[in-house]
Design a binder for this molecule. Sequence first.
Ligand SMILES: [Zn+2]
Ligand SMILES: [Zn+2]
Length: 371
Amino acid sequence: MPSIPTHSRAAVLRRFGEPLAIEDVPIPREIEPGAILVKTEACSICGTDVHLAHGELALKVDLPVIIGHEMVGRIVAFGAGARRDSVGTPLEVGDRIVWTHTACNCCYYCTVARQPTLCENRRAYMFETMERAPYLLGGFSEYGYVLPESGRIKVPDTVSNDLASLCSCAFRSVMNAIGQIGRIASYDTVVIQGVGPLGLLATAVARTSGARRVIVIGAPAERLELASTFGADVTIPLESTTADERAERVKSLTGERGADIVMEFTGHPSAFVEGLVLPRKGGRYLVVGQLGEDTTLVAPSMIVKKNLNVIGSFSGDAASYWKALDFVEVHQKDFPFERMITNRYRLEDVNLAIERMRRFEEIKPVIDLTE
Ligand SMILES: [Zn+2]
Ligand SMILES: [Zn+2]
């Protein structure tokens, strides 16, 4: 591999709560069968990056790690047998791809349950040490390593690096989640809780799915305005209403029944309690944003008495990545996806970007590694 350097500059977290350090991390010389080496083009920042860096995640992290997990890369080298993506599209050096956390294809969840995001042998990017080969398992890095068991999808030429990054976590999670709730009918009212990237993307998908009405609850006002451009018919400001007032508003918009479908993308446990109130009897409640360790108090009888379907959704499989990229390719003129990309940073400025993300000054900032 003459043109590939020996090391990749990467943003490494050695201790929770400390700034990331830009370090030289080895680039593996051997690409194992099924694996791919890429040059990272872009990696957007996710709330999960911020929580992981501060040690606030209810998941095991094997420090030191390269942070970042929403990356798009350009192929520079293949392991044997890796020249097709997960839907059969031929891959060549120079093609851009996004890729999934791994699924082993030989456990109960992969084979019987067919829920590969729940794989018992799952390996997740940015959770494994960079001190052991293949080192480059995080996104804020000049080069990245796609593990053999990772699904991989070729990025359509018309989809930018920024939006491909968006598809590699936020949007695939939305696609995976909405894929689990069944049909959205033309007479359904959908309530979306949260106006972060997932809430906004879910609004666009609900709109396109033909829902009768899409109601979005969130804050601040500028985000609600953005939600309207993503297809919200009605927005309800979180800051100037009480939970009871919001529930009344949803009822008044739905013949006093409540929403047919409610989707949670907030990450706040209190939103879950409210989300049990908003659906109609027999309605569906999709819970996606809750990944922290905080708890809340609920009356489980609400689920029984209303005959609710409460559905959790975690991460996304290769199909969800494909669906997200396809949605962006088809609908990029219908929705202002680029307005979600609030800033572009160089790798050296990753700590600033994370800090601004933590202060809610960003929707989706991107670390741009092309230059
Ligand atoms: Zn993410
Ligand atoms: Zn498995």
